[in-house]
Design a protein around this ligand. Sequence first.
Ligand code: SF4
Ligand code: SF4
Length: 246
Amino acid sequence: MTEPAASPTPDQMPAYVSQIPRRGAVAAFFAPVAGFGVSLGNMFKPMVTEEYPREPANVKPRFHGRHQLNRYPDGLEKCIGCELCAWACPADAIYVEAADNTPEEQYSPGERYGRVYQVNYLRCILCGMCTEACPTRALTMTNDFELAGPTRAGLIWEKQDLLVGLSPGMVAPPHPMVEGTKDTHYYCGEVDEATQAQREWVRQNRPDDPSLDATPKGLAAAVPVGATRARQQKITAAARREGGAR
Ligand code: SF4
Ligand code: SF4
């Protein structure tokens, strides 16, 4: 059996040679005050003062704010209740309960829809992993960061708070899918707007539905926001009026 090689002593080790380039004489002379260069450079730039909360803050376009549940162009919901978002969430902030679509109550293309959808903003760290996991792009994030609230329960946003309103051309679900289509047609973006047959179905089953007043590709239907979201908006508006921080 051979003996293991002995470790070199400090005297036998090669001398340390720094890989950092050495400064020139001028750079070395100004080194002690080099940090002031940043301050001096900014002294001559125009001042930018954010007037938030008196004026809305400008966030970057890709800022991760609160979530939004999206719809297809005919008004059906994109969420299929698969729970992938909930499983992907590192903070366990999402709760989903799915239910079966039926001919009388069809909320999304395919077999299932998200009957219960909650995001707990006391836990959410706005990382966006849930949106990456969503197979139908049902879940995206907005730029809205005003998520403070007076109660803990109010920070658990429900489906009606997160679901986007109806755009022109949409009719509120439940209603059947576009005639002759399967869920894959929806996923491939082959549905443009609610058809006359879908409108007729809603007219027969819910004659008072306000979304029927919207003409195809015409007026947007006025859909009330969810109770939690409405309460939050009221609180934010009051804080803006008073000019105080919440
Ligand atoms: S943004 Fe992150 S923390 Fe918030 S619900 Fe989605 S996955 Fe969870
Ligand atoms: S939001 Fe997307 S990932 Fe979450 S349950 Fe709905 S379809 Fe599935």
